[in-house]
Design a protein around this ligand. Structure first.
Ligand SMILES: C[S@@+](CC[C@H](N)C(=O)[O-])C[C@H]1O[C@@H](n2cnc3c(N)ncnc32)[C@H](O)[C@@H]1O
Length: 104
């Protein structure tokens, strides 16, 4: 049986491979990405043209870059209650977007 604590996340990203197959120019945006690596692992199951983006608070992004350098996900430091928080991701990649909000 799957770990119940992962249930929301599994649902949140389980449709991404099918979405990406229909939209190879897709952008997958994880809002409140934290130290999560599910998106990075899914990157191997999707077209290489899919762009992976994440957003989290500056201190969390600093920690993520220290602990998880590299990987396909480009992460932006921003608080989603701040105006313009989506400007960085929007400028970095455009296309059909699968948005995965986990900033609770
Ligand atoms: C419950 S954790 C989820 C982390 C990751 N998505 C996962 O599934 O493991 C919530 C994340 O949202 C981030 N977060 C909380 N408030 C935020 C805000 N105002 N703007 C951006 N990120 C925020 C936290 O720093 C934290 O990394």
């Amino acid at each position: 049986m799957a770990d119940p604590s992962n249930r929301a996340a599994a649902h949140g990203l389980s449709g991404v491979p099918a979405f990406a197959a229909r939209h190879p120019d897709a952008v997958v945006l994880s809002v409140g990405i934290g130290l999560d690596t599910r998106a990075d692992r899914l990157a191997g199951r999707t077209p290489s043209t899919v762009r992976w983006l994440g957003v989290d608070l500056p201190e969390v992004v600093r920690l993520r870059r220290e602990l998880l350098p590299g990987g396909p996900t480009r992460v932006f430091a921003a608080g989603i209650t701040d105006p313009g928080w989506a400007d960085g991701p929007a400028a970095a990649a455009q296309g059909p977007c699968w948005c995965w909000p986990r900033a609770s």
